[in-house]
Design a protein around this ligand. Structure first.
Ligand code: ATP
Ligand code: MG
Length: 631
């Protein structure tokens, strides 16, 4: 067996040979004639001339061998439903949904916008679009009308698929009024709106525009909708980035490259096998949902759990209960979910038999060492950090245990994955930095299969945003800082705009956050740089305690604050010491669980917090304001 280093080297030195081999993991209706076309840098086309289909690879392909095996396992702890669809049943439902779409006039290249909660119909709709060559654009369910309107305008969908509502923490969230308002605010109007009535909440129908899913499904019960074979570089979907650092970017993906990248990642990185169960706790509104709830596991012939609910309802053992019940072998979650569990009784981690789990993969945010240790030791299962972006669609940094069992290191998401020519570049000179030196994490193009083709409708923005920030080089910038140790393990130090400058010292806010989180009272913390007349900037921290009552009393607060400052002094030096540690019970985060540092900073500096359309809970900002005012 080859070592991972050889595997990676070959993926860069012989891109065409490497990816031609990986392409054998999926079905091609017509073989490709060229593996890689890089004649118009930085744009890249993979598997040129090949014709394939994401839905065929995710569903039809498995009918011969596993028709009666589980494909989609829907679990809602919100509505207390649990339904398993076999591949045969999933195929029927997808064909019905495809027939409904075709009957509404949707065809190849048309856009279908999905504004849906985590229900099986969301999976049917994504796969149905893929089947007929329509481009789906999933908008996270629960985004308010304003965010929705801008996405409707950008995608100009012929059809919108939505539902009466979702449910969160036992509370019904009506979707339809938000959708109606979103359409009203948008200059573009969809021809039809397909409504899935879950019976959660009453809603108004717009005559002539809104059609009913259940009625139409009855009409198309026996529908057979042939697969539309697409050239590998046709568009499969568009999806927005999380919007942590500003206006979200519309990521556009192909068909063939994406299918190959996902199939390869399930094999080499996630080590999943056909017939097993994959459980990703993400949402279909995010890239993890696209890659690792829907397409990745299904393409690999795995059952996938689609979970509507929170990690703490009915109790903090629910995720592990599902692992036990469905013998999950691969699980994917986010540090933010683990930090939620950290505030709960750790006994839940051992209450269920999680021995089926080969590994728990975590991504989306820096995984600090204390959190990684807490979950790894509590669960007794391996934890694999992995670093990537909406733009790349699959991990950039991780470990590929399907190739070689390289050890993992707490605090490090690992090493460059095959296909990614990762470099750490000096921000001012564009030169490569050495081991243990900080640089911008960049990828030398061509980007591997599965990554974004361009920004939807805006090739110029694609080039100017991603490929124009490194001096003297055409390199894809991730806009994250990183450092590599002597053994080749990378560490992500935060976003390039999260660096603060205290009296001439450049500090990554991430390092200060890590230091504060090593205090055992802390569940999570955000550190930002705030303008200061004397020092240029100072660090200010907002901490959430495992037990909020510990900060109830002003004297206790002061004591804790002092301890945390002393921790930073000891670990990083006094220059990194935050000028204040404020205590809150929640941090302002995006709906995908990322801290909105930019908004925090704006509030601390008395500025407008900016675009807040993706915020999870606006009351978090009120807490910040109260904390600032109280001191
Ligand atoms: P926007 O680009 O719109 O500001 P965003 O960058 O938050 O939003 P995503 O694509 O969801 O949107 O997030 C990718 C980013 O998340 C990465 O660039 C990185 O900053 C962070 N990230 C993801 N995984 C990890 C990880 N394992 N460790 C550290 N950071 C991570
Ligand atoms: Mg980003």
């Amino acid at each position: 067996m080859s070592t991972y280093a050889d595997f990676h080297r070959r993926s860069i030195d012989d891109r065409e040979g490497f990816w031609a081999e990986q392409a054998g993991l999926i079905h091609w209706e017509t073989p490709f004639t060229q593996v890689l076309d890089y004649s118009k840098p930085p744009f890249v086309r993979w598997f040129v001339g090949g014709r394939t289909n994401l839905c065929y690879n995710a569903v039809d392909r498995h009918l011969a061998t596993q028709a009666d095996k589980a494909a989609l396992i829907f679990v809602s702890t919100e509505t207390n439903e649990e339904i398993t669809y076999t591949f045969a049943q999933l195929d029927r439902e997808v064909q019905r949904m495809a027939a409904i779409m075709v009957a509404q006039g949707v065809g190849r290249g048309d856009r279908v916008l999905l504004y849906l909660p985590m229900i099986p119909q969301a999976a049917f709709a994504m796969l149905a679009c893929a089947r007929i060559g329509a481009i789906h654009s999933v908008v996270f369910g629960g985004f308010a009308s304003h965010s929705l309107a801008s996405r409707i305008e950008d995608a100009t969908p012929k059809l919108i698929v939505s539902a009466d509502g979702g449910s969160r923490g036992g509370k019904v969230v009506p979707y339809k009024p938000l959708l109606d308002e979103g359409i009203r605010l948008s200059a573009h109007k969809p021809g039809k709106v397909l409504m899935i009535d879950r019976g959660l909440t009453k809603f108004d129908r717009v005559e002539g525009r809104d059609v009913d899913y259940a009625q139409l499904r009855e009409k198309h019960l026996d529908a057979k909708v042939p697969v539309t074979w697409l050239e590998s570089n046709e568009i499969s979907y568009t999806l927005y980035t999380s919007g942590t650092t500003g206006k979200p970017k519309g990521v556009q993906r192909d068909v063939g490259g994406y299918a190959v990248a996902l199939a390869a990642s399930i094999k080499h990185i996630f080590c999943g096998n056909a017939g097993e169960t994959y459980f990703s706790t993400s949402d279909i509104g995010w890239v993890v949902g696209h890659s690792y709830i829907i397409y990745g596991p299904l393409i690999a012939g795995m059952a996938t759990i689609m979970y509507e609910g929170t990690p703490v309802r009915p109790d903090a053992g629910i995720l592990w209960h599902l692992v036990e019940k469905y013998k999950v072998t691969v699980m994917f979650s986010a540090p933010t979910a683990i930090r939620v569990l950290k505030k709960q009784d750790p006994a839940f981690l051992t209450k269920y038999d999680t021995s089926s789990l080969r590994a728990l993969f975590l991504a989306g945010e820096p995984l600090d060492e204390p959190t990684a240790r807490w979950i790894s030791e509590g669960l007794g299962r391996p934890i694999v950090d992995n670093y990537w972006q909406t733009e790349t669609g699959w991990p950039i940094l991780s470990v590929a245990h399907g190739v070689e069992k390289t050890p993992t290191r707490f605090g490090s998401p690992g090493m460059p994955m095959y296909g990614y020519d990762v470099r750490l570049l000096h921000e001012a000179t564009g030169e490569e930095v050495g081991a243990n030196e900080k640089g911008v994490v960049a990828i030398m193009p061509p980007l591997p299969p599965g990554c974004l083709q361009t920004v939807w409708g805006d090739d110029k923005r694609f080039v100017s945003t991603y490929f124009s920030s490194v001096p003297g080089k055409v390199a894809y910038s991730t806009f994250d800082w990183g450092i590599r140790d002597n053994d080749g393990y990378y560490f992500i130090l935060g976003r390039t705009d999260d660096v603060i400058n205290v009296a001439g010292h450049r500090l990554g806010t991430r390092e200060i956050e890590e230091s504060i989180s090593s205090h055992n009272a802390v569940a999570e913390v955000a550190v930002i740089g705030v303008a200061d007349q004397l020092k240029g900037q100072v660090a200010v921290a907002f901490a959430v305690l495992k037990d909020a009552s510990r900060a109830a009393d002003p004297a206790d607060r002061m004591k804790l604050e002092g301890e945390m400052m002393a921790t930073v002094d000891k670990q990083l030096g006094a220059v990194a010491r935050p000028s204040r540690v404020h205590f809150v019970t929640l941090l302002p985060k995006t709906r995908s669980g990322k801290v909105l540092r930019r908004s925090l900073q704006a509030i601390c500096e008395g500025r407008d917090p900016g675009d807040l359309t993706t915020i999870e809970d606006p009351s978090a900002l009120d807490q910040v304001k109260t904390a600032l005012a109280g001191k």
